[in-house]
Design a protein around this ligand. Structure first.
Ligand SMILES: Nc1ncnc2c1ncn2[C@@H]1O[C@H](COP(=O)(O)OP(=O)(O)OP(=O)(O)O)[C@@H](O)[C@H]1O
Length: 269
């Protein structure tokens, strides 16, 4: 079976600087893959390249196939359709995805109605309103009617991230890319959002590309992991193998740092 996301020898440059080098990995349908590595190792750029969203000034080479379609070099208007159906991204900061001037219900309605049109079953009026409320309920927002009428600034960070997740789900993507989706949230809300993502990915049998520097969370969330260092993959494999018997010094150092942080939290060091 062909991969849903097939990254082959991806290199990302700006001018003469190489930011990601010769990176290859695949995500099969329904598979959960983690991208880990220290800050600046190229995780976010890889996620953006996977959906053709690299900022101007950055150039991608190699191959990125999403649902069998080449992303690199494909014009934006052709990628729009693919982004709405094959893959959706949840970013670290939910405000990135939200328009401050629109009620959040309307913002969730847009991808819902786009996807419904594409599926040949257009949604409008009360049916669309009902679908918005059902989706807000699915991301465990209590009082969906009130939330739908709110503007982003009237919501908490956790509620905003739930809205961003609802907007991603509205596309009914085969692949959900979550780029450090909880970093901007407090610890309790982080755990709630992670549980929500985990539940939704499993219930909807979506593939997940999960970017995080929180190794215990990665271990609980994904099946396979790619370890990035300075834009290069140093190790990849099942999470139990990579975390249980790391082959590369860099992976060992990431795991040791995570362990000593845990020990410090538990007052054991
Ligand atoms: N638009 C850009 N122009 C030039 N360099 C960039 C640009 N965006 C990112 N970079 C550089 O590319 C490298 C990889 O960045 P990236 O955001 O992918 O790292 P990351 O692993 O996601 O880090 P973090 O965990 O801090 O989010 C960094 O050195 C960063 O400074």
């Amino acid at each position: 079976m062909s991969a849903l996301l097939d990254v082959h020898r991806l290199t990302i440059r700006t001018g003469t600087t190489t930011l990601v080098r010769d990176l290859s990995f695949q995500t099969a349908s329904g598979e959960r893959v983690g991208l880990i590595g220290e800050s600046g190792s190229g995780k976010s750029l890889t996620a953006l390249a996977a959906t053709g969203l690299l900022p101007a000034g950055l150039v991608a080479e190699g191959s990125v196939e999403l649902a069998g379609q080449q992303v690199i070099g494909t014009p934006d208007n052709q990628l729009d359709q693919l982004r709405g159906t094959a893959a959706a991204i949840v970013f670290q900061e939910p405000l990135t995805a939200l328009d401050p001037l629109k009620r959040v219900g309307r913002q969730v309605a847009e991808p819902l109605s786009r996807r419904a049109r594409r599926d040949g079953r257009p949604l409008s009026g009360t049916a669309l309103d009902g679908a918005v409320l059902a989706l807000l309920d699915e991301v465990a927002l209590s009082d969906p009617t009130r939330i739908a009428r709110a503007y982003p600034h009237e919501l908490s960070g956790g509620q905003r991230q739930r809205i961003a997740i609802a907007m991603a789900l509205a596309c009914r993507p085969d692949l959900l890319i979550a780029d450090e989706p909880t970093t901007a949230l407090d610890v309790t809300t982080q755990a709630e959002i992670l549980n929500l993502l985990d539940r939704l990915v499993r219930e909807r049998n979506m593939a997940l590309l999960f970017i995080s520097h929180d190794l215990p969370v990665v271990a609980n969330t994904v099946e396979r992991v790619v370890v990035l260092r300075k834009g290069e993959a140093v190790e990849t494999g099942p999470v139990a193998t990579v975390f249980g018997a790391p082959q590369h010094d860099y992976t060992r150092s990431l795991l040791a740092a995570a362990r000593s942080f845990d020990d410090a939290l538990e007052g054991r060091s």
